[in-house]
Write a protein that binds this ligand. Structure first.
Ligand SMILES: [Fe+2]
Length: 310
């Protein structure tokens, strides 16, 4: 078996209990051997004397199964928490995103749809749900928190702009997945409180194409990978990765670009304090006037922000 077909579980604190129903492997001289058959426990004598192999593995297929199971469990919790405990619910969404990003395979990414379905259902039943989630402030920066926030603002925009339910779900999902291409960019670069080197910036600039490649293998509407590809493009051609111009950019990508910028301005980053909504909208307005962001989408977006934050 190739290394990529296996997943290391040695550091899992639940190692001894979690993998009873799974085959567990060890590695010796570059080859994997079966250490424990599924349905059996770890040898209690070896456990007692700390003699388990230093590195243990399960198959990638079993890992994906476990991630999907865990996602289902988190989504169930999210369903219960959305109305009564917004701050826990927001954490729960970031947990689902972090879990998916830790194993960003097609089968796992496709489950993000379930999370959107749960949030949209609750939102349509009670618009206050989204306001509460938006207003929970978290002093942290991680890709999963950014994706969660962007998803929430996308749903708010879709709601205030009068999208139908299907398009609202699509834009929410695009928001939740648009940066999956960042999975291989180290956190140290993403949160660097300094100017990035050319090399680092080149690495970051690859994430739209990488995300597009990952998402186009999923059973999603085409708009999802397209949004990942185009969310850093600008109407005047000054964006990346392809320097597309207005006529090449779909409406959802234009909306996502706005939401992405707003999130970056108004949320905490290790090197800056969050900006007030009105100041962020002012900066974005100058981008609209510079012909980089879409004016009519900006108008609707500003309305949604006023609605969500007052
Ligand atoms: Fe991005």
């Amino acid at each position: 078996m190739a290394k990529d077909d296996m997943f290391e579980i040695s550091d899992d604190p639940d190692l001894l209990t979690k993998y009873l129903d799974f085959d567990v492997y060890y590695r010796s001289q570059g080859h994997f051997g079966l250490y424990k058959k599924k349905g059996t426990t770890f040898d209690p004598i070896r456990v007692k004397f700390g003699k388990l192999p230093e590195k243990l593995y399960i198959s990638r297929a079993d890992r994906i199964y476990l991630v999907k199971e865990k996602t289902r469990e988190l989504n169930e919790k999210l369903k219960r928490e959305l109305k009564k405990d917004p701050s826990r619910a927001k954490n729960r969404i970031t947990e689902v995103v972090a879990l998916s990003l830790s194993e960003p395979r097609v089968e796992v990414l496709e489950d993000m749809k379930d999370t959107i379905d749960i949030v949209v259902e609750e939102y349509l039943a009670s618009p206050q749900v989204l306001k509460n989630l938006v207003q929970v402030s978290v002093k942290d920066y991680t890709t999963q928190l950014h994706l969660t926030n962007v998803m929430l603002f996308c749903l708010g925009y879709a709601y205030y702009a009068g999208f139908n339910e299907k398009d609202m779900r699509l834009l929410g999902l695009a928001g939740l997945l648009h940066d999956v291409g960042k999975v291989d960019v180290p956190d140290e670069i993403l949160i660097a409180p300094r100017q990035l080197t050319d090399e680092e910036f080149q690495l970051i600039k690859q994430h739209p194409k990488k995300g597009w490649k990952m998402l186009k293998s999923c059973k999603f509407d085409d708009i999802i990978p397209i949004c990942a590809l185009e969310h850093h493009e600008r109407l005047d051609g000054s964006g990346y990765p392809d320097g597309k111009i207005a006529k090449d950019l779909c409406e959802s990508s234009r909306a996502l670009a706005l939401v992405d910028i707003y999130e970056a301005l108004t949320n905490w980053r290790p090197y800056k304090e969050p900006m007030l909504p009105v100041s962020a909208l002012k900066i974005m307005k100058s981008e609209v006037e510079g012909n980089r962001l879409d004016p009519s989408i900006f108008k609707e977006f500003a309305k949604s922000i006023i609605g969500l934050t007052r």
